[in-house]
Design a protein around this ligand. Structure first.
Ligand code: IPD
Ligand code: CA
Ligand code: CA
Length: 269
């Protein structure tokens, strides 16, 4: 595929940086926090970051489609789609925990071609272009070489919707915890994927995410040599409904756990 992505990559990284500045401007100083549900929050920072990103994309690429967390856009039928989480990790952000990010992915047809995840609190910029590797602040990154689940350090998350799957995910958490070296819950899925990409963790799993949580991070992780899939081992669902992302080596060991009869609720889809 020859799509001349360098201009688009520079544009995306500057945009993530500018959106990050907006987030840092409001950080620790929020005046307006709305509860989409008791646990699902949105602040003026999410909205201001999204407004900036959307306006700049619309002015630079007026024919492109846009998918964001906080607004619905009508499809223009473009081959290009921007998939945006203007603030991933809102709950952390609201509580002044510096684990949050701006996540921007660009798809050409169904393929993600650019992924940018930026955490302004520690000035960490992750980026990837299809077939060109993955980077953190310009340095190439790679997944870990950990060979077995028993030696693995993992990260996960829990969705806002406290449904039956949510209940069961705590059983799964215990099962996998027991078989690994430990699991963390950091609260920003886009960063979780980047941390697997750079080898801090060996794997990440979560259910009921959304496209904006995973589009950019999925490309960054795969370009760093990792592997992503659904929970039956199929191609990663673009919806984010089921996400397993690892260094590739421990993927099958975790998939085997999901196949256990007591977890059919997770694999009946
Ligand atoms: C959330 C974070 C969190 C994950 C939730 C997401 P938000 O995104 O990525 O880690 O567990 O499922 O919804 O709401 O902070 O953008
Ligand atoms: Ca998110
Ligand atoms: Ca968000």
């Amino acid at each position: 595929m020859n799509l001349d992505l360098s201009f688009k990559l520079n544009f995306t990284m500057s945009l993530a940086k500018e959106a990050g500045e907006i987030l840092m401007y409001h950080y620790g100083n929020l005046k307006n926090i709305r509860q989409k549900s008791r646990v699902d929050l949105v602040s003026e920072a999410d909205l201001a970051s999204e407004k900036l990103i959307v306006e700049k994309i619309q002015s630079q690429f007026p024919t492109h489609d846009i998918m964001t967390e906080e607004q619905d856009f009508k499809s223009k039928g473009s081959d290009w789609t921007w998939v945006i989480d203007p603030l991933d990790g809102t709950t952390n952000y609201v509580h002044s925990l510096p684990i949050f990010a701006v996540s921007i992915g660009l798809k050409y047809k169904s393929e993600t071609v650019i992924g940018v995840v930026y955490n302004p609190a520690v000035d960490a910029m992750y980026h990837a272009v299809i077939d060109k590797g993955a980077f953190r602040n310009g340095d190439e990154i790679h997944v870990s070489k950990t060979k077995k689940l028993g030696d693995s350090f993992l990260v996960t998350g829990f969705a806002y919707d406290h449904n039956d799957e949510w209940e069961l995910s705590f059983d799964l958490f215990r099962d996998i915890y027991r078989k690994s070296q430990g699991i963390r819950r950091l609260g920003a899925a886009a960063l979780d994927l980047c941390f697997v990409a750079q080898g801090r963790f060996d794997g990440f799993f979560e259910i009921n995410l959304f496209p904006w949580d995973i589009t950019a991070g999925d490309l960054i992780l795969r370009e760093a040599g990792g592997f992503t899939s659904g929970w039956k081992g199929e191609n990663l669902p673009a919806s984010g409904k089921k996400v397993l992302a690892t260094n590739g080596i421990i993927q099958d060991e975790i998939l085997d756990i999901f196949q256990n009869e007591k977890y059919t609720l997770f694999t009946n889809y």
